[in-house]
Structure formats: C-alpha cells, structure tokens
Design a protein around this ligand. Structure first.
Ligand code: ADP
Ligand code: MG
Length: 416
C-alpha cells in the first residue's frame, strides 16, 4: 500500500515532467515552422513581383502591363496584383477583389502583413525602367494567409496527436521503469520485515526461559534474601513486557498477510461490551467514568480476536491518557453499510502536529514515559493495521487538555 502510493506519485511526476518537455518542444517547433512558412511565402511573392516588375514598361507615359494572369491562377492562391504609378495611384488591379489589401499603399515597406478580417501577406516592389533606371511605378502583390493558417491548424493537430502518443508511450515506459526501480526497494523492505518477524519469533523461547526461571525462583523463595526476591520480581515483569513487545512486533509484521486473518461473522456489540467490561476495574481504580452506548446487533465479517485487540488498545489508551475523575465513552452505531465506533475521552489530548504521528510504530508523545505504564508505542500501529485489513478506516480528532476521539469505521462485510 505504501509502495503503491510512492509509485503513483513517481508516475505522476514523471508524466508531468514529460508533458512539460513535450509541450515546450512542440511550442518551439511550431514557432520555427510558422516562421519558415511565412519566409517561404514572402520569398515566392517577391520573386513573382520581381518578374512582373521586370516585364513592365512605360509606354506613352502609361504603365504597360506585359503580364496577364488567368483568373484560375489568381484564385488558386487568392493573389491580388496591383499596379501603382509614381503618384501612388492605383491604376490596375487583377485578382479577386474580396482579397484586395485594405492597407494603404506604402512604398517604403517591402513586406507587410495585414491582419484584418482577411489575413494577407503583402509585398511591394518598385518598377524600374530597364534602360533609364528610372522609377516608373510600383507593383503590389498580396496573397491570403488562409492556406498557411490551414497548414498551421493541421500542424497543431499533428503536434497534439504526436505529443499525446509520446506521452502515452512514455507513460507506459515510466510505469515499467518505476516498477524496475522500486522492486529492489520493495524486496529489501520485505526482507527487513521478515527479519523483524524472525527475530521476534526467535526471541520468544529465550524470553520464555527467563520468565519461567524467574517465576520458579519466586515460587521457591524460601531462604532467598528479600532484595533478591525484588530483583526476580523486576526480571519477571520486564520479561513479560518484552514478550508482549515481541508478540506485537510479530503481529504487526504479519498484519498485512491476509491469510493470518480469520473471516467469520462476528457480533461487534458483544465484542465491544466485552472489551469495555475488561477495563472497568482499571477505570474504577483511576476513578474514571467508563460509559458505553452500543447499538444492538452490530454484525460484521472479520477476525474476532484481532478486532478485540484493536478496540481494547483504543479503550486502554483512553483510560491510560485520561487523568482521574475523567470520562471515557464508547459508542457503537450502524450507519448504512458502515459500523461506526467512537472512543472518546476527556484526557490529556494530542497536539495537532502529532495527530499524524500517533499511528506510527513506536511513536509516543512523551518519550520519557517508559514501559512501566504498559504499552510500547505499537498499540495504535497495531490497531490501524487491524482496521485496515478489515477495509475500515480509523481517524482521530483531539484537543490538548480537553480530550481525544478515535473513530473507527468498518464495512459490514468486507471481501478480500
Ligand atoms: N486517547 C489518547 N489520548 C492522548 N494521547 C494518546 C491517546 N491515545 C494515544 N495517544 C498518544 O499516542 C501514542 C501512541 O499510542 P500507542 O500506539 O497506543 O502507544 P502506547 O500507548 O504504547 O504509548 C501514545 O504514546 C500517546 O502519546
Ligand atoms: Mg497504547
């Protein structure tokens, strides 16, 4: 689950970077391509205009046009030819008048772009008489940019499709690469877990040996010095806590193995009442009012022993972290297909910056509080693992010095 999340994040960030790279390179390609297209068109128009200018002559003070264009030829490119005399008067126009330039005649600028309703590229060249090198007029040639715009639109579609395909393929690739990269990490994590499980398992028998020996010594304590008896007592208690700790570790490392879970129909109402009753004596000695308000017939499918463990951990914490004269309340309700259990206390609370940490293994708000209070910092980690394996959720809200509320939500039936 943890690795799933990391993988997902890696995949998304890979994709994001790729998308950025692709779109910026597509952008550059587009700009260069458009520039190139316009330049080609300009060169072509200038060449045509030069040809016409060269073949035009002045005859009896009139511009003589040597060239006539067939209407089809003009229409094909939506070209318009215009001749101006030296007074900048239009004296002749050929081509579709709808595409005639609306920009005023400007002899100074060879290349102009008109970006009105009709987008045009306009080329203006002087007509110089062959012999006298005298300026006898101007030729203005324009061509619609529609064609180029169409090409650009096609280019855009092509670029988008290409980027999409590239993104898709690299998504597949990065998914595969991520898996390759994560595999060794996942494996070493698994090995670490296995080691924890093995170590806890191996610790069981020596701990058992210490514990039994201490107990035997305590049973036959005649003739033993009093101080030695106390030492054996301490050894016995410490060994018990250590056994509990190794059992907890074992449970945690095995928690995500579904096979170690039973799936039976269980009555959560009875289970919760049983757990609450288990802690009544402890609550009484601490003068904590322990209330339970649990709906009847809360049934679900799951592992009874594990769920009991989860809820007793929560109730134990509530009592443990609530000072005398406080209150602990356990409520159980059914809402739709969910079973909702609240364990609320009026205890010391948890600082908001610690709320995310309480479920971490071995995390405890007060590190100086040692094992004598019972608990190792594994309790909530175990609880969370158990609830998750039942496809449930556990959340906590808390305010320092006011109290905490742990909320467990369990689906009535979960399927593996
Ligand atoms: N009901 C609660 N009120 C205040 N703090 C809590 C409560 N439950 C848990 N905590 C905090 O979360 C930590 C982790 O809890 P847990 O995993 O059960 O470990 P442990 O109880 O062994 O310390 C506790 O040490 C405590 O600081
Ligand atoms: Mg605890």
């Amino acid at each position: 689950m943890m690795f799933q999340k990391i993988r997902y994040r890696l995949f998304l960030s890979n994709l994001l970077v790729l998308a950025l790279v692709l779109s910026s390179s597509a952008f550059v390609v587009r700009i260069l391509f458009i520039r190139n297209l316009k330049q080609q068109l300009t060169e072509r128009l200038i060449a045509v205009a030069q040809g016409i200018a060269a073949s035009s002559e002045l005859e009896h003070g009139q511009l003589e046009l040597q060239t006539k264009f067939s209407p089809q030829q003009l229409r094909a490119h939506q070209q318009v030819f215009q001749w101006f005399d030296t007074q900048k008067r239009l004296i002749e126009q050929q081509g579709d008048p709808n595409y005639a330039p609306t920009l005023p005649f400007n002899a100074e600028r060879t290349v102009q772009t008109q970006s009105d309703k009709i987008k045009l590229l306009i080329v203006t060249l002087p007509i110089v008489e062959n012999n006298s090198r005298r300026l006898i007029g101007h030729i203005r040639l324009s061509e619609s940019l529609e064609e180029i715009d169409e090409t650009i639109a096609r280019l855009d579609v092509g670029l988008a499709a290409g980027a999409f395909v590239a993104l898709f393929l690299s998504g597949l690739g990065s998914g595969w690469l991520n898996r390759q990269a994560m595999q060794p990490i996942e494996e070493s994590f698994k090995r670490l877990k296995q080691f924890t499980a093995d170590a806890s398992h191996e610790l069981r028998s020596p701990l058992m040996a210490i514990s039994t020996n201490a107990e035997v010594a305590l049973t036959y304590s005649d003739g033993m010095r009093k101080s030695d008896g106390e030492k054996f007592q301490a050894i016995s208690m410490a060994t018990d806590q250590m056994s509990q700790l190794t059992e907890d570790l074992l449970l945690l490392t095995r928690a995500d193995k579904v096979s170690s879970f039973e799936s039976k129909k269980i009555d959560l109402t009875t289970l919760l009442i049983g757990s609450v009753n288990l802690y009544r004596p402890q609550a009484q000695t601490k003068q904590i009012e322990l209330k339970a308000e649990i709906e009847n017939d809360l049934c679900l499918i799951g592992d009874e022993a594990k769920l009991a463990r989860a809820f007793t951990n929560l109730i134990q914490n509530a009592i443990q972290y609530t000072p005398a004269n406080g209150e602990v309340e356990v409520t159980g309700n059914r809402i739709g297909q969910e079973l909702l259990v609240n364990i609320e206390d009026t205890g010391i609370g948890i600082a908001s910056e610690h709320l995310d940490l309480v479920f971490d293994r071995l995390w405890r708000a007060d590190r100086s509080r040692s094992y004598y209070k019972g608990g190792s910092g594994l309790g909530l980690a175990i609880t969370q693992a158990i609830i998750y394996s039942h496809k449930g959720t556990i959340t906590v809200t808390s305010q320092v010095d006011i109290g905490s509320c742990f909320t467990v939500s369990l689906p009535m039936a979960f399927t593996n």
